[in-house]
Design a protein around this ligand. Structure first.
Ligand code: C5P
Length: 233
């Protein structure tokens, strides 16, 4: 898969999601389904969007013992999703088990990426609550290396970290990056943001864009602007 823009479908139910997507006549954007929508609608929302021809990133961030994660990943893989994720803090054996669970009978599997440290965690909370004393940037890179060692395809990270992750883990190790805003846009609750154009320069492979598209007066135009800045030459 090449560079692409993934729209975060942070809607509370299927009807809101489908009404939003109906505006994209003839286009099939890559979509992210997160916990809010998945827990409200269950696997049927994934099937409905796959039937409409979309690629799906199922963002459920699994974290449990290896055997449980392996079996859960087998269930997700059967939904024919394209990209799934887990927490790298589940450790290498959990990530390896997840990969095993994802493999389909025909040998194919969805791409698997890891969350390193959540962007809501900062140095202070990591030291206080998790008793991790290393600099957070190093922790992120260490977790990314663990993910690569386990055989994963990449990580979710800030676009600002994408260059370093590629340096340390290789250029083919995917960086999937939320925290995207247009130059003149509202930041909302995101803190460390970049434009689609800068994310491309730093080396993100996929940008995940929510409100700059979903809350735009013209979502289709906002999506096309992301594509123009991030994907097109
Ligand atoms: O609306 P916005 O563009 O901020 O949406 C970004 C999406 O990416 C949301 O679905 C958010 O949950 C997700 N995300 C994030 N930061 C992470 C991981 C996921 O913003 N570290």
């Amino acid at each position: 898969m090449g560079k692409d823009v993934i729209i975060a479908c942070d809607f509370k139910n299927a009807s809101e999601t489908l009404a939003f997507l109906d505006r994209f006549t003839g286009k099939k954007p890559f979509l992210k389904i997160g916990m809010e929508l998945f827990y409200a609608e269950g696997p049927s929302i994934v099937r409905a969007l796959k039937e409409r021809g979309h690629k799906i990133f199922l963002d459920l961030k699994l974290h449990d013992i290896p055997n449980t994660v392996k079996k859960a990943m087998a269930s997700l893989s059967a939904l024919d999703v394209d990209l799934v994720n887990l927490h790298a803090s589940g450790t290498v054996p959990m990530m390896e088990a997840a990969l095993e669970g994802l493999r389909r009978p025909d040998g194919s599997r969805p791409l698997l990426i890891a969350v390193t440290q959540l962007t809501s965690t900062d140095q202070e909370t990591m030291e206080r609550d998790l008793l991790i004393k290393e600099p957070i940037d190093e922790v992120v890179l260490h977790y990314a290396l663990n993910a690569r060692r386990a055989g994963l395809d990449g990580v979710v990270c800030s676009p600002l970290e994408a260059g370093k992750v590629h340096e340390r883990c290789g250029k083919d190790f995917l960086t999937v990056t939320p925290g995207i805003r247009f130059a003149e846009g509202e930041r909302g609750d995101q803190r460390r943001v970049t434009t689609p154009e800068d994310a491309k320069k730093i080396g993100s492979d996929y940008i995940v864009v929510g409100r700059p598209i979903t809350a735009a007066a013209d979502p289709v135009a906002a999506y096309e602007r992301c594509l123009a800045e991030f994907v097109d030459e």
